[in-house]
Design a protein around this ligand. Sequence first.
Ligand code: 8YV
Length: 322
Amino acid sequence: MSNKVVVFSQIDSDVLESLQARYNVVLINPKNGDVNEQIRTEVVDADAMIGSGRLLNESNLATAQKLKIISSVSVGYDNYDVEYLNQQKIWLANTPHVLTETTADLAFTLLMSAARQVPHLDQWTKQGQWKRTVSTAQFGREIFGKKLGIVGLGNIGAAIARRGFYGFNMDVLYHNRNEKIELAQSLNAQYRNLEALLQESDFVVVAVDLNSDSKALIGTKEFDLMQKHAVFVNIARGSVVDEQALFEALQEQKIFAAGLDVYQKEPLQDSELFKLNNIVTLPHVGSATAETRRKMVELAYRNLEDALEGRTPRYLVNATFG
Ligand code: 8YV
């Protein structure tokens, strides 16, 4: 009897066909009713799961009798209860590295769009507001040679630092739970504690993993430390930032602008943020190019296949269940 694989989000059709050719595949489909109820039913005799963007924990995995691996099509894994998976000895695999550069590109897209008011001025022009030479209201912030502060110098944070240092001649500051001396030297990046980074930076980009240390890391106190001309970007996870505090900082012009790709609640709907002209809001598209998503799903397929074929997957979040 072939292994049973539960696919819990949309994946490339040809990759799905490859899975279906080898395994007994069940698709979780929101159109068929409550997703968690479907998961609870299908994981009973499942050997593996593949997908992304769903909360998986004891509430919907407790019925699993022989689940070996959850292969996530993502680098972030805050939507999985890793402690519970460790207790149940269920591997969690992710897809690091393949999305690093694409996500760093998106971070810089947000940084530049927010700095130069791109979405607002695009609408302003299309609405026929451009009637004479622009005034200071349409001015943006200088980027070249300015101070770039990166919160979280992981793979994506380092790729953002490289763009700032080599591409825009920026002075790079970083904050991290621990200093990364060799990496920082290669990027000419200087370590700062969070308060100093927020006070000194012209641009603050948040690229941390979401965990107990980074949850609600940036709130009113932190925005009050930033400079009035500063631009704030978050490409990490929405829960790292107090969204109401950000709204107030932008509305009261405590900072110049912000660019967000992630939110406390996703999809972002009917948000007060939509009332503001000094924010760029993107729909969690950090890794969303065809090439990168293809690399991610192929890597997730390999992680799943390794586990089902008796090999240790290359990218495990919990290799030791420790
Ligand atoms: C999403 C991401 O997971 O990889 C991550 O951690 O945040 C993104 O790549 C992906 O868009 C699927 O939801």
